[in-house]
Structure formats: C-alpha cells, structure tokens
Design a protein around this ligand. Sequence first.
Ligand SMILES: Cc1cc2nc3c(=O)[nH]c(=O)nc-3n(C[C@H](O)[C@H](O)[C@H](O)COP(=O)(O)OP(=O)(O)OC[C@H]3O[C@@H](n4cnc5c(N)ncnc54)[C@H](O)[C@@H]3O)c2cc1C
Length: 410
Amino acid sequence: MSTEVDVAIVGGGPSGSAAAHYLASRGHSVLVLEKKTFPREKTCGDGLTPRAVKVLEEMGLGEELATWERVRGLRVHAAGKTLELAFPELEQWCNYGLVKPRKDLDKIVLDNAEAAGAKVLYATQVKEAIFEDGMCRGIRARRDGQLEEVRSKWVVSAEGSATTFTRTLGRERRASYPMGLAVRQYFRSPMEHSGWFEAYLEVRSGPDSLPGYGWVFPVGDGTVNAGVGLLSTFGGWRDINLHDLQRNFISQLPEEWEVNFETVCSKARAGRLFMGQSVWPPHGPGFVLVGDAAGMINPCNGEGIAYGYETGRMAARHIDEALGNGSSPSLSSYTEEMTETYGPYYRLGRKFVKLIGHPELMERLVSMGMSSKRVMGFALTLLANLEDENARGSQQRGLKALKKLAELKP
Ligand SMILES: Cc1cc2nc3c(=O)[nH]c(=O)nc-3n(C[C@H](O)[C@H](O)[C@H](O)COP(=O)(O)OP(=O)(O)OC[C@H]3O[C@@H](n4cnc5c(N)ncnc54)[C@H](O)[C@@H]3O)c2cc1C
C-alpha cells in the first residue's frame, strides 16, 4: 500500500509531535509514524523547564499543565551544603518548571497533534528513506509484518537517538562531540511534592568527581523520578557502570526521603543523550532532523524535551514556507536559523562540559559555586539557557557576554 502526504514524520516523541502539531495546524497533511503504541514508557527524568512549558502552552495545553506537578527551581546539594535556587523572574519565560512522566506527557502531546489534524500510525517502524534523483521522497515502514511506502514532499526525522532511520538519510552523530549517558528509576517517596528539582552535583567513581549530576524529581503521584547523568568528556567514561553509579547515588540520599531499594517501583533504565548540535547539518534534500535526531540536547543540563519542541516548531515553520512557495528542494534556511538561535549557546555548552571533564576543576568549580547563592543563581539561568532578550540584569548581561566569549577562536 502506498500513501501520499505533504509531510511524513518519523517518531511521535516531543519533537515529532510538535512538528506534527504546527504543520497540521497550518492545514498540511501530516502522517506521524511511531514504532511503539502509546502510552509507552520512555527513559527520562520527566523534568520540564520554563522553556518546555512555554511551547506546551503555545500548543494549547495550558489548562492541562495546570494539573501537573510544579517546581519553583533547583535545590542543589554539594560540598556539604544545600542551596535553593528559584527560577528567575523574566518576561520571556515563566518562573516554574513541571514534572510529568513521559508515558503520559508524550501521549498528551501526540493526541494534541492528532486533534490539530495530524494522522498517527502506531506500531509502525520506519526502515529507510526513499531517495529519487538525490531527493528524499518518502519512507518505507514495516507495519503488521508488511513493508509499506509513504510518499511525501518532506520527511522529518524525529526518531530520537535510535539513529537507524537517520543514518539512511546520510546523517550521523559527530563522534568527537560530547554525549551524555543517564539512568533513572521511580521510587515511592514522601518527596513526591517537594516543589524542587533536587540536584546532586557530586557524582563520584572512587575518589574522582565526574562531570554529571544526580537528580530526584517529584512526580506528584506518590513517586519520585531519581537518576544519574554523566558526560563523555573524561577519560575512562566507557568503563563506568551506570547502574553502580545509580546504586551509589541512591544510597547517599537522606533517609527521610525514603528513596531506597525497598521503595523502588520500576526497573533502572538507561539511555544516551545526543547533545550540543552533534548531528550536522540538520537538513538535506527533502528532509530535516529535529530534537535528539539532530543532537539537540542542551549539554549543560541534559535537557532535551524543550529543544525537541522548539526545533519541531522551527522545522514546521520552514516546511510550511517551502510548501507555500511550491516546495524548495532544500531547507538550508532551517539550518541557518538553528545556527543563529542555538550556535553560540551550544558552543559555550560544549566548552563548559569539556572543562568540567577534569575532576579537579569540576570539584573546584562546585565548591566555589556552592559558597555563593548569587553565583549558583547565575549558574541556573546559564545552564537552563534562560536568556531573555529584553532583560538587562547582571545575570542576563553575564550570559550574553559568555556566549560572545565562546565565539572567540582559542
Ligand atoms: C535517563 C534520561 C533522562 C532524561 N531526563 C530529561 C529531563 O528530565 N528533561 C528533559 O528535557 N530531557 C531529558 N532527557 C532527554 C530527553 O529524553 C530527550 O531529549 C527527548 O526525549 C527528545 O525527544 P525526541 O522527540 O527528539 O526523541 P524521543 O523522545 O526519543 O522520541 C523518538 C520517538 O521515535 C520513535 N522511533 C524511533 N525510531 C523509530 C523508527 N525507526 N520508526 C518509527 N518510530 C521510531 C520512538 O519510539 C520515540 O517515540 C533525558 C534522557 C535520558 C536518557
């Protein structure tokens, strides 16, 4: 069977559903092909920062969000101290984050795209891109044991870090770029409504302080999501056993939180984090990449949902324009906007994570930072990428200056 649509989207996670929502809302025929059936488990910390909240609201989910677990900022634990850092008050971003298990979040957002007019095929695994005369003209997918073709004017790869399909487009992660690895589990805990993203900045393997952090996020349904994330910017990261790291992390949490191996209520699940714009360029003849498929996770904090939503929205706008103009063969304008919007910050992020790959430096930075709430408040704004074009405070000036500095050649 062969189907014809304006846009075929591979993957129904945050980036695919955002692209689908915006394209369908503009009246284009959109088909999302998703290999799983929803709701499905997704390995994630389930944390949504103000950046993610903004796009969810824009997609019309404001009322729904009001019922989700809210956090006012980051509570950081390190060097024997605890600091409470509220999200900054800014015009461009709200001052709170949310926690929503991905099992529910992804279904809500994909259903919302369907309500806007997108069609979704579940249990459909896309195998490869169809190229004709050098242009991507659609995809081949396996569904109910049959191989089917979908012909489209544009293909969006939103397959996350799976890579199987994206490689058939000739795109791969740049191996020299940093990558993240993380593991998470749910626990029944009285911290279910703590009101903070709890972050532990000291992740150790033996005496060495590793670049990464442990988290406990309140889910609000009697459970918390707790896990550890690590960067690949130190020698020997391949030898680290994530599950051992998770066990160590859990065992050092305060007893009264009751996050332990008696309250655990899910298996530990691990995943890779493609970060720092590591898949490049994110467009080609007839196709674009969004979210993790484009390596768009923020290297500074491991956040990828917001960037999935944002790049899905951005890709949709460029495809909409191309469809309106009678289909241009390549969306280089999308890559240009990606470079302009994220280039300086991600360059800064890549430098930052390289720096903290040195254990002594990581330790010094943490201990220096923890002695000043002001410094850590700035770190929160920086690491969550909460730049506000109109704000003029010292934090905002600092963030803009650092981005400029990262532009300089060594
Ligand atoms: C342990 C861990 C914790 C994390 N915590 C956070 C956090 O707290 N906050 C945050 O913002 N980010 C977090 N992230 C990152 C975040 O999970 C990703 O950045 C986000 O899921 C990216 O969305 P996406 O839509 O690009 O890809 P995905 O969410 O991976 O979605 C891809 C979809 O495509 C489908 N798919 C894949 N291949 C195919 C195929 N061939 N055919 C059809 N369908 C296919 C998959 O089933 C999936 O539904 C975490 C990641 C990990 C591993």
